[in-house]
Design a binder for this molecule. Structure first.
Ligand SMILES: Cc1cc2nc3c(=O)[nH]c(=O)nc-3n(C[C@H](O)[C@H](O)[C@H](O)COP(=O)(O)O)c2cc1C
Length: 361
């Protein structure tokens, strides 16, 4: 498929996963397979020596390094994108750094990326907001069209089964009353149509959240998606940048272990119930005293029961006791660790077998 001038062999985006779960190794190897690999920018500099004393520079330096490395791994194949959450401090600088380092696309959610069009203008970096409703898609397209005479190159729809922070009300997630993926897809397609017509260009749409098999991909395509974004399945790959401990937490998770939690940034999130969450339930606090203001929406100091960034870093570095392990609803279905090549080939083959027209990827 051609996304506004950039070629993508398979309509599969590997979702950006922070902190440190999707870096250059995973993103580069996914791109090498003809898909879109996504580096997560949030606290990407956590392995840099000066991360604690100089977090902004450490993050920007590490981001540029990972983009370069991912592109080396990818070779001439696929696309290397960066996921930058609107909720991170220094959002504008991070987008500009990724653009300068040659990212093929910027994908932004966890808030409305209202100025993203402006930040990537005059570059050949594509831009894509993440939305969880037709209303958000409409609002963003209207904003980009009127303010910047632009429309997004693609949109990622993130449904309620996704991992990490979720754009739904906790109450709806608990009760199972969230709008379903295919309905949101229909709403988004309707919402963007007038803008596609006005600008005489298609906005590609990728569906995310609970996509597990090639048949799920085929279903999304049959309902009008151009492709999908997948997160959780890519954690259980050899090339994923997370620790073996993290990968095994996903492989071993059972349905009853997967919980909706309250993130300090004010959004609900999905994670595996591990000792850290048990501790929180018992009233313990974790790392809350060492804040480096990495997220704009996070209340500071003793107002938070735990520092989410440090808990996510603990998980990615293999600390099962103190780590917070984000996952999608379907994590319980992941039962082994495979290579990125095996996973992509499995998904593409299943998808092609399920689509009446045969190979559309
Ligand atoms: C461990 C983990 C970390 C994630 N981190 C981010 C992130 O930093 N930014 C973001 O926009 N989405 C994040 N997500 C969401 C994924 O990019 C993806 O859209 C979602 O997980 C798709 O659902 P699936 O896991 O069921 O495939 C994360 C998901 C997981 C499982």
């Amino acid at each position: 498929m051609n996304i506004n001038g950039k070629e993508l062999l398979h309509g599969i985006i590997q979702g950006g996963m922070g902190v440190g779960v999707s870096l250059s190794e995973l993103a580069g190897n996914v791109a090498k397979m003809g898909c879109m690999g996504v580096i997560s920018s949030v606290n990407i500099g956590y392995t840099e020596e000066d991360f604690l004393t100089n977090p902004v520079e450490a993050n920007l330096r590490a981001l540029a390094k990972h983009i370069k490395r991912a592109k080396e791994i990818a070779g001439a194949n696929g696309l290397v994108a960066v996921n930058i959450m609107v909720a991170v401090s220094h959002y504008d600088e991070t987008v500009k750094c990724a653009v300068e380092a040659g990212a093929d696309a910027i994908i932004s959610g966890a808030g409305l990326p209202l100025n993203l069009a402006e930040l990537v203008k005059d570059s050949d970096t594509l831009y894509a907001p993440i939305v969880s409703s037709g209303k958000a898609a409409m609002l963003l397209c209207k904003n980009y069209a009127r303010k910047y005479q632009s429309i997004p190159d693609f949109i990622v729809i993130e449904g309620h089964k996704a991992g990490g922070h979720l754009g739904f009300k906790a109450n709806d997630l608990e009760k199972g009353t969230c709008q379903e993926n295919l309905n949101i897809l229909e709403d988004v397609k309707k919402a963007i149509k007038p803008y596609e017509e006005e600008f005489n260009r298609e906005i590609k749409v990728f569906l995310a959240g609970g996509i597990f098999t090639g048949s799920d991909i085929a279903e999304a395509i049959e309902h009008g998606a151009d492709g999908v974004q997948i997160g959780t399945r890519f954690i259980a790959t050899n090339e994923c940048d997370a620790s073996e401990v993290f990968k095994n937490v996903i492989v071993e998770a059972k349905e009853e272990d997967i919980k909706i939690i309250k993130s300090p940034v004010g959004m609900p999130a999905r994670a595996v119930f591990t000792p850290m969450l048990q501790g929180l339930e018992e009233g313990k606090t974790l790392y809350a005293e060492r804040c480096n203001n990495c997220l704009t929406a996070c209340p500071k100091g003793d107002k938070v029961p735990y520092c989410i960034s440090r808990a996510l870093i603990a998980a990615v570095t293999g600390n099962k006791e103190e780590g917070l392990f984000f996952c999608g609803e379907n994590a319980a279905r992941v039962d082994k660790i495979v290579s990125v090549k095996e996973l992509v080939e499995e998904l593409v083959n299943e998808c092609n077998a399920a689509l009446p027209e045969g190979i559309t990827f």
